[in-house]
Unconditional design. Structure first.
Lengths: 318, 646
């Protein structure tokens, strides 16, 4: 068993640390006939028998031509993969129960396009098909079902092609060092009562959520929820998207505390409840903090803050 | 490891499959029963209609019903579901039905594989050059269909076809090597079905008025001959088939029974020739009279006909010799002579009376022969392919009333006359003449050269050939049937060509066909052994051949792989000119470092070689314009600047 694992590691290892692009060479490409190829071979055998039996000279020639065709088809299936460079991309976090997509950048330096490249991670049932134009780049996202919170490593991925003839399948195994953060699946639960927040200084002086003080232009970092759609739609939509601005004032602060979740429930369920609270609080535009055994995130709001909270929950040791 | 069966077929692939199915089945319409072609066309049309309207394909019950109907029809038509013609009919039906079942990529793969299989079946009916070319095109179409299936909608039609053509071209070397070296087995492996070689015309083993005339309408080639030296004159070329000795008043048949070997006394040196027989259903070698030693599989009958043990159902080539002047059976078996005097007890009284009167006047056999020939040449006899119908007394009717006939009428009447006059005589059938093809020197004998003549036995001369047709129409024997026929008679178009350039074209085409037959189609186990012996492998068995094949195919595979993976550089033309400019500068000892951009390099040139700088600046500006401005592909400025660079 140890020998097999060792052999597998040797055969399928990613070059260097797994972050550099990989160029497929003949050592990494495997090739075998497909079921259609076996059907074809059987047909050829039957045809050869017929050609011998009826003494058909051109029948012989046809069978031999088809043998040659299958062999060149094999070479071309190999070529469809050979020299393809694959570089890992960055994957966006998803919630448990969703599908994580691992983006890979495929680059081809060949004068002809590479079609029908199928990527399938591990034992996944779903796969994705990609094509790379001549001297082109292409991004393809390999789907993997995200079952549990935490880090999800991209399992060994098979890059396979049966193009052009479908009689042979050429494949290669990829194992780039890629991982995707899986947030816990949120459990929709009513938010805990807000604590009367004591405002400290003018920490939240502007950009707060209380008193409307005017509009400003939307920046990419602003959540779409804060867009003042009505105001933006004036003047036949020729204005830029505007965001409502609020001036300071006392704010309700939510402290999403591990201790507030029902103690009787399982730890995973408590994390799910907390994740649900984080989502709900962010949706309400509230300012919220997260307190977990052993760590604490100061109250804030926005996508980055939400990500920090969900990451903490995702990676919370169980 | 394979495509999942559930993989749905994209809509754009269907036209490819329809075209492939049509290309592989359409030529079969020429020899299939009409109802089958109609059924297949209806199924094709139905499948096409459903695709066009984007409607659901029929379920399994209607399909099962159709299969049952088609099987029933084939069974009724051919009395079997197997065998050659029935099998082909079933394949065509299945192909058409499968189009109504195109749901997944796997179904499509089945269609293509079936198509490849169907290609083979066309060779049952023809292995000519046009068939070969048509099937090569159809194969490329099938391959393109496969590429389209696996490449998906991204592959355009033109690119797909080009790719299929490229794959076919790369497959051809493998085909050649395998064709030459693959250990050949002499078929058949098992008994061939009844219909394996049907539909081939040729001489028959009996003669009734009309059956040679039918052959005369066929320009099909019976055999081809190459003489070692000069070909003999055309009127010497009598190719002997079956000799017919027994007559029932209507039909001439060969005599079966005890035979003894013929005795031939050669009067001239033997001439050597090689004959290539087209497939026929009979066993006659059709050797030139009188044949010398025969190949081992042939036996010479007492009537000098060379017969094979097996029917000659494949094209075969034999080396033979012949003696043109000879004496045949000087002392003939009295039994055989009596056999050749026999006539039906009654019938044709006027002919009998005429023969009796001749015999009473002068009983000398040689003069009786001359008298009969004079009758044919002096009286108004005509040589025609459209003789009037003869009645109950065919010889009487022919000799005294109609007087229009084909060679078999003359031979038959002549032998009847001779026998009635007491001269042993018999009918010989075979071919007469042949046309020398000036392109390759082969003498081509066609079915239209089929002929019947007579043989009489004369004391001290043995069996002597007498050709009564020659007495009526000397042109038939000297110039062939086209020369003998009056204008307006129905003749095969091929023979009727009288203009020179058409004949030349025809000769060239037939020479190409002959080479194809001789060297490509005629490549059999024996020719393979000969070729291998000439290549220095005198006794190669299948093991040597397998080793040689594996080596050569492996080398070929490597070559194809190298050729396929080799990337032909496609440098931008502006970049190529830039490289040229850099090489010029290198002569002046300024080298562009790999990390230098054109502009930084220019700065360095200005400081190191100020003399060159103004000219080089123009080059740099023109190059940057041409390469990166993206406005025009015009390179004239760059070329001009480069020319001014010292």
């Amino acid at each position: 068993m140890g020998f097999i694992t060792d052999l597998k590691r040797r055969l399928f290892r990613w070059q260097s640390d797994g972050t550099a692009p990989l160029r497929l060479s003949q050592r990494r490409i495997f090739i075998l006939p497909t079921r259609a190829g076996l059907l074809f071979a059987t047909a050829l055998l039957a045809m050869l028998t017929g050609a011998i039996n009826y003494n058909l000279a051109l029948g012989h020639a046809l069978v031999f031509l088809l043998v040659g065709l299958a062999l060149t088809g094999m070479v071309h299936a190999f070529r469809n993969l050979h020299g393809l460079s694959i570089a890992p991309g960055r994957c966006a976090p998803v919630f448990a129960g969703e599908v994580a997509y691992f983006p890979l950048h495929l680059a081809s330096e060949r004068n002809t396009p590479r079609l029908a490249l199928e990527l399938r991670a591990g034992d996944e049932t779903r796969s994705v098909t990609a094509a790379v134009a001549a001297h082109g780049l292409s991004e393809v996202a390999v789907p993997v079902a995200a079952l549990r919170r935490g880090w999800l490593d991209l399992p060994r991925t098979r890059l396979a092609t049966t193009y052009p003839l479908g009689l042979f399948i050429a494949w290669s195994y990829l194992q780039p060092a890629m991982r995707c953060l899986i947030y816990p699946q949120p459990l929709p639960t009513p938010l805990p009562p807000p604590q009367a927040a004591t405002r400290t200084g003018d920490h939240h002086g502007d950009g707060g959520q209380e008193d409307f003080s005017g509009f400003r232009e939307r920046q990419p970092a602003d959540s779409p929820r804060h867009v003042a759609w009505k105001a933006s739609a004036r003047d036949a939509g020729r204005r830029p998207l505007l965001v409502k601005q609020f001036a300071g004032g006392a704010r309700t602060e939510l402290q999403l505390d591990w201790a507030l979740t029902p103690e009787a429930t399982a730890p995973e369920a408590r994390i799910a409840i907390l994740a649900g609270w984080v989502m709900a609080a962010e949706d309400d535009g509230a300012c919220y903090g997260l307190r977990l055994p052993g760590q604490e995130i100061a109250p804030d709001s926005g996508d980055t803050h939400r990500h920090r909270c969900l990451e903490a929950l995702a990676l919370f040791p169980s | 490891m394979s495509t999942r069966p559930t993989e749905a077929l994209d809509r754009g692939a269907a036209p490819w499959l329809f075209a492939a199915a049509l290309a592989t089945t359409l030529p079969h319409a020429a020899h299939q029963p009409l109802w089958l072609s109609a059924l297949a066309s209806a199924l094709f049309a139905w499948a096409g209609w459903l695709w066009w309207r984007n409607e659901r394909l029929p379920g399994s019950w209607p399909l099962a019903l159709l299969v049952a109907v088609a099987c029933g029809g084939v069974l009724y038509e051919f009395r079997t579901l197997f065998g050659r013609d029935a099998g082909v009919a079933m394949l065509v039906v299945f192909m058409a039905l499968k189009l109504l079942e195109l749901r997944s990529r796997r179904d499509a793969t089945v269609v293509v594989t079936l198509g490849y299989f169907l290609l083979l079946t066309h060779y049952f009916y023809s292995q000519s050059i046009p068939t070969g070319l048509w099937l090569l095109a159809a194969m490329t179409l099938l391959t393109a269909t496969l590429i389209r299936l696996h490449g998906g909608p991204l592959s355009t039609a033109g690119a797909t076809l080009r790719y299929a053509g490229l794959l076919t071209l790369q497959a051809i070397p493998f085909m050649l090597v395998l064709y030459i070296l693959f250990p050949r087995v002499a078929g058949p492996l098992w008994g061939l079905p009844q219909d394996a070689h049907s539909g081939r015309s040729g001489l028959s083993d009996q003669m009734t008025p009309g059956n040679i005339a039918n052959l005369a309408l066929s320009s099909e080639i019976a055999f081809r001959v190459r003489f070692a030296d000069q070909a003999p004159a055309r009127d010497k070329l009598y190719w002997r088939g079956p000799v017919l000795e027994s007559y029932d008043g209507f039909t001439w048949k060969p005599q079966t029974g005890r035979t003894r070997p013929p005795q031939i006394e050669a009067l001239s040196p033997p001439i050597a020739y090689e004959t290539t027989l087209e497939p026929q259903q009979q066993r006659w070698l059709l050797a030139l009279d009188a044949p010398g030693p025969l190949p081992p599989e042939f036996a010479l009958s007492s009537t000098l006909t060379a017969t094979s043990r097996e029917p000659l159902s494949q094209r075969q080539r034999f080396a033979l010799t012949a003696t043109l002047d000879f004496r045949f059976n000087l002392d003939e078996d009295p039994l055989a002579l009596r056999r050749n005097l026999a006539l039906p007890p009654e019938g044709n009284p006027r002919t009998r009376a005429l023969a009796e009167s001749w015999k009473a006047a002068d009983p000398d056999p040689a003069r009786l022969v001359q008298k009969a020939l004079n009758l044919f040449s002096k009286e108004k006899f005509f040589y025609t392919l459209q003789p009037p119908l003869l009645g109950e007394q065919p010889v009487d009717d022919f000799l005294f009333d109609t007087r229009r006939g084909f060679c078999e009428h003359y031979a038959s009447a002549f032998v009847f006359l001779m026998r009635a006059a007491g001269v042993p005589a018999r009918v010989v059938t075979g071919y007469q003449g042949g046309e020398a093809n000036p392109v390759d020197g082969f003498v081509v004998v066609r079915q239209s050269d089929a002929h019947a003549w007579a043989e009489v036995w004369l004391a001290r001369r043995g069996w002597t050939r007498v050709d009564p047709t020659a007495a009526v129409s000397p042109a038939r024997v000297e110039g062939g049937i086209a020369a003998a026929m009056p204008v307006g008679e129905p003749l095969p178009a091929m023979i009727q060509l009288r203009s020179d350039w058409m004949r030349t074209l025809l000769f060239r085409w037939e020479a190409v066909n002959n080479a194809w037959n001789q060297y490509v189609l005629g490549y059999n186990p024996q020719r393979q052994r000969e070729l291998l012996a000439r290549l220095g492998l005198p006794d190669a068995d299948w093991r040597n051949l397998a080793a040689a094949l594996a080596t050569i195919c492996g080398a070929l595979l490597l070559a194809v792989t190298a050729w396929t993976l080799h990337q032909r550089p496609c440098l931008d033309p502006a970049a190529r000119l830039w490289q040229k400019a850099l090489r010029r500068l290198a002569r002046s000892k300024v080298n562009c470092a790999p990390w230098e951009t054109p502009l930084t390099f220019l700065q360095r040139v200005e400081s190191e070689q100020p003399a060159l700088a103004p000219a080089f600046r123009e080059v740099v500006i023109a190059y940057l314009q041409a390469r990166y401005s993206g406005i025009s592909d015009d390179l004239t400025t760059l070329r001009g600047a480069l020319a001014r660079l010292p």
